[in-house]
Structures are given as structure tokens and as C-alpha cells.
Design a protein around this ligand. Structure first.
Ligand SMILES: [Zn+2]
Length: 331
């Protein structure tokens, strides 16, 4: 049996260090190779039947945890959950992952990320969808359909370039009818309960200005694209939608924002995230959706899961657990 303790590890490190200093190490290695200083592109392919899907990373935002990030919990407990998930102290990290589905006849992008206007480092390392699509060999002009799960900025703002032009100029844009009805209403905007919600209304106006006649509104329980069915998962927003992507006898569930970061709200489905429009309904939706996903042992893709955002959900008493899928080197 190998007894690996800290003293042995340190002794090992010293020996390696000494070898390097005395030149006894491998002679072919060179320390003068420049470091790259940047992250690798973020895209990950998986198959669903005959469909080829790609998880596209838009980046991740790390920010000081707002006081009411978890609305119905003392902040200390929310901070403790963040620390337990090894997030930087006092901060939360939220990743963003749109999904590209190549059905063989159509190229569908589900959600678009934060948009390139957010690429400046001061605004966080987000807005990388276009560069990661490019790294995956995808020309934005070839995307046939942009399918939006709901109308929050981190899902919609990638439809435009920094100069306002359409990022996917040939794509039809589909939005959930119920979300459009809610967010495009001036009457609802006037009743916005806080600044965050006010900004959401303003953002919908700005992002979709001039596109009102171009967008297609879709309903729940319909095949909105070949093999892609819209699933009602309201609460996060009134029209918040998840998708089942099915080909042959294979299926994945794209859960969109049924939970925000899973370490908080999938693990604790009764915690309410600040971004939920109707927190009680979102909570009920979480239980319903994850009970179904766990019973079906379905592969679940989450927009805010850690990249590549693919996993399975298990029931754990009154809570749930996410088991991330291992990186698959082949598809
Ligand atoms: Zn979101």
C-alpha cells in the first residue's frame, strides 16, 4: 500500500527542484517556451441520435454576491454555499452556455449569450459565443434558427453585434409567446417592482427594436424545429421554456434556467434566486422538471451549468444532485 503523506509530497517536490537545478532532469525540455496567457476555446460536441450538438461557452461572470442573491435565505448561508462550491470568497460565478444543434437539415442556436458588447474585460469574461462558434468552425451566416428560451439579457443579447447589426443575419428568431407578451408590454414595464426588472424590460425594447415583425412567437408543447419540442417551465420568467431534443430513440433535455447555478438551486430547489420572476412557481417547476429528469435518467443540459454543461440529475431526499458527464473524447 502506498502511504502518501504531505511530508513525502514535499520531499518529492524538493527532489524534483534539485534535479532541475543540477541539470539532472530531462535534457530535451525547454523552459523558454512562451506561456499562452489565454484560455482554450470553449466548445464541446455530443450526439443525440443523428443530431450533432455543440455546447458553446459564452464565458462566465464572477461578481460579489448581492445581498439578496438567494431571496429566502440569510446571506451568510448563501455565502457558505458559495464557499462550499469553492467559489472565490464572497463571490458567485455564473457560467453561460448556449447550445448549437445541427439536425442535418437545420442549424439551430438555442440562446445567444451576453453579446459581444460585453467583451470588454471590465464587464467580465463573457460574450464569447461568436468567437467560440468560430473556433468550432461555424459561420454565423449559416445559422437557420435562433431559438430563445426566455428574454433575459444573458440569453438574448448575442443576437446583435457591437454596432447593432444582427450577429446571425440569416436566422429566423423564435421567442416564447408568453415571454414576448409579458416583456414587450409597456403596462407591465410601468409596474416593474425593482431596478433589475426595469432593466430587463428596457433591454427587451432595445435588443428587439425593429425586429418586432421578424420574430416568430412559439407556444409550449410544440415541435418548434425538427426534433426540438418546447417544454413549459415557467416561473423564472412567465414564458420560460426548456426543450427536449430528440433524434431516433435518443433524447436530451435542455433545461435553460430551471435552475441558475446548480450548486445553489438544483442542490436546494426551494431556494429562490433573485432573478426569478415568480419564485414560488419557479420552485414548483424545479421539482417537477428534476423529478421527471431523474426518473427518466435523462441527460440534462443547463445554460448555467459548469462547461460543458452536460450531466444527469439524481434525487437526493427532498433535494437533487447534478452528476456532470465526463469529457468524451469521441462523439
Ligand atoms: Zn440565464
Amino acid at each position: 500500500m502506498t502511504d502518501l503523506n504531505r511530508r513525502d509530497l514535499l520531499a518529492g517536490a524538493t527532489a524534483i527542484g534539485a534535479a532541475a537545478v543540477t541539470g539532472l532532469g530531462p535534457t530535451t525540455a525547454s523552459a523558454s517556451v512562451p506561456q499562452s496567457g489565454t484560455q482554450a476555446p470553449g466548445f464541446y460536441r455530443y450526439k443525440v441520435g443523428s443530431y450533432e450538438c455543440t455546447s458553446i461557452n459564452d464565458g462566465a461572470r464572477t461578481f460579489p454576491m448581492p445581498d439578496k442573491f438567494v431571496v429566502n435565505l440569510p446571506k451568510e448561508e448563501a455565502l457558505a454555499a458559495g464557499e462550499a462550491a469553492y467559489m472565490p470568497k464572497g463571490m458567485v460565478t455564473v457560467p453561460f452556455n448556449p447550445q448549437l444543434i445541427n439536425t442535418g437539415s437545420k442549424l439551430v442556436l438555442i440562446d445567444t449569450g451576453n453579446g459581444v458588447a460585453n467583451l470588454e474585460p471590465s464587464k467580465g469574461a463573457v460574450g464569447r459565443t461568436l468567437q467560440n462558434l468560430q473556433a468550432a468552425g461555424v459561420d454565423p451566416k449559416n445559422i437557420d434558427l435562433v431559438l430563445l428560451s426566455h428574454l433575459h439579457p444573458d440569453h438574448t443579447n448575442g443576437i446583435r453585434l457591437a454596432d447593432g447589426a444582427l450577429a446571425f443575419p440569416n436566422a429566423e428568431i423564435m421567442v416564447p409567446a408568453k415571454d414576448w407578451e409579458f416583456w414587450a408590454s409597456d403596462e407591465n414595464a410601468a409596474k416593474a417592482p425593482n431596478d433589475m426588472t426595469k432593466n430587463y424590460f428596457a433591454n427587451v425594447k432595445k435588443t428587439f427594436a425593429g425586429l418586432e415583425s421578424k420574430i416568430t412567437k412559439y407556444e409550449w408543447g410544440k415541435e418548434v424545429a425538427p426534433g426540438i419540442t418546447s417544454i413549459a417551465t415557467p416561473g423564472h420568467t412567465p414564458g420560460h421554456t426548456s426543450f427536449a431534443v430528440a433524434s431516433g430513440d435518443k433524447k436530451v433535455l435542455i433545461q435553460s434556467d430551471v435552475t441558475n447555478i446548480p450548486e445553489f438551486f438544483l442542490r436546494n430547489p426551494d431556494w429562490h434566486v433573485a432573478f426569478d420572476n415568480d419564485a414560488a412557481l419557479a420552485q414548483a417547476t424545479r421539482h417537477k422538471f428534476y423529478d421527471m429528469a431523474a426518473a427518466e435518467k435523462a441527460t440534462v443540459i443547463g445554460f448555467h451549468f459548469t462547461f460543458p454543461s452536460v450531466g444527469h440529475v439524481e434525487k437526493d431526499g427532498a433535494k437533487y444532485r447534478l452528476i456532470p458527464s465526463a469529457w468524451n473524447p469521441t462523439i
